[in-house]
Design a protein around this ligand. Sequence first.
Ligand code: GLC
Length: 632
Amino acid sequence: MNSFAVINREDITYERTDPDKTQSRGFTWDLDEDDVIYGLGETMGGMDKRGRTFVSYNTDDSHHRPDMPSMYGSHNFFIVEGKSSHFGIFVDSPARVTFSFDDIKKGQVYVLVESPDVAIYTIVEDNAYQITRTFLKMIGPSFAPPLWAFGFGQSRWGYKNKRDINRVIRGYKNANLPLDYVCLDIDYMDRYIDFTVNKKRFPDMASFVEEKKNEGIHLVPIVDAGVKVEPGDQTYDEGVRYNYFCRNEKGKFFKAAVWPGMTHFPDFFRENVRRWFGGRYKALTDLGFEGFWNDMNEPAIFYGENSKQQSFLDMVLDFFLPSRGEKKEGAKSNAYEEYEHFYHVIGGIEVCHHDVHNLYGAQMMKASGEGLKQLLDKRYLLFSRSSYIGAHRYGGIWTGDNSSTFFMLRQNLIHMASLNMCGFIYSGADTGGFGGNCTKELLLRWLALSDFTPLMRDHSAIATRKQECYAFGDPEDFRKVLSLRYRLIPYIYSEFMKARANCDMYMMPLSFGYPGDEKARRIEDQLLVGEGVMIAPIMKEGALSRKVYLPEEMMEVRYNGNGFRQEVCPAGERVVKVPLHEVVFYIRKNKAIVVSNKGVQNTGQLNLYDVVKLGYDVPYDQYLDDGITPVA
Ligand code: GLC
């Protein structure tokens, strides 16, 4: 099991997927009537996946419909749990995999792998939690982000220059709202060229990064997978000179359009290419950056030499008007047909991209993670849009272009459970929603969930309503809900670091903590957070109360921006009232947690030793370190 290195696949012989699927392989497992199916990481739908079909084929499609079969990552691990079934299955294949989870009611799981290149791992343990633990031990511990990455981050596609970034930081400061980092979306670059800075917009980026760090704010730039075809640009020139880019069937460099226009794609499957691309982050670490987000690495392709050209305006309009995109012939959010013309060289063999598609983003994460480890003498922050099982060793992920709806808020909670089962314990969604217009109520309710997710970032799309916490009039309610995060960081950080060291989950479904509790097995809107906390956020528009299930006696904790009120509650169902400016959570019986003694404006001001205990009168084993020195 120790040789389990799912994204080090150089030893595997690749064979071209047979278009008639004669090389595809099917596998079945029988289900009992009461079995539920957990897992599959980033997929739409409920916590119990039974009754649905999912397709692992990394996809850039921002219309996250409830029945959408594929998302940005492929996490092919699922668990079957029932009265007598307790097994987990990991389908390790770089190609497209279809999971039919009893959708045609035959009492079977059917998995179709469109490649002969597949390894199946079966784990049998006493319950779903133990199965997950064994799987997490197999795939190894998560990367360790710095402490500041557990602070709150503000982002928006549309912050263009120094002035915009300063305005955001000032907005938070003036409203007395905490903030740890601001993300720089594609507009900081020179014409969307990776590893460049637009000098007009950011005349002296190094001093700006330094100045912000002195104010306690980190800047986190985006890096896209495609490298603009731009003779004279260092990344492009080196990529061409040393043959680092993927080629097409005619032996020419493969070319397709993303944000910068025509781009080439680094062949991340080759070690020398990963070393080179990872080393290119030096252009950014030299400017003082210590955190990055990798995007468009499914890879997303707007159009190419073999598909219908779309203008930038077309792309943006399709994004905002989904029905337009769906109706238009030939144009869609991603030009999948291009993958057939896109080749890698793996172990000296030419491999069609289609056959290894699901590993591309993960290999980019590996390139960045390994590069940053070399370049920085401290921990780095990295989160990626595309991923595959195993990539958690290099960075975290965010769940892509969601939208400002209560439905996507609920989906965020479900994603946290299934992503944790697949090792991605440093993850989170665009708080408030990326597409669409967020309301004050939605953002407050979303923050109340994100208060507990390791990655906590408010991000939104260009042309949507402004979504910063100070953008909705009087920020008092936001101050209350957001300040909870900074009180909780000592617990969140400690539980995260313990979970990673022990290959454990940081967030999990209720049923994992209460195996055998039939009621807990059906609860899809509550989560356990670390060893001691249960959350039950309000995720319905207009609701001021909700039903909560307590599998055992618990301490109900109510935070109103100033202090914590605690009350012991008996096991069973209860209705809890939660006004918009308050957050309620629960501490499990005979558990305690630590919270910061005072509220702070960023993690730089936080003293992890200055804590008070909440919950039951028992000791809490707090993990402590300096939050920045790399850990093994
Ligand atoms: C993609 C990303 C989104 C980003 C946008 C512009 O849609 O998912 O987060 O803001 O590209 O870079």
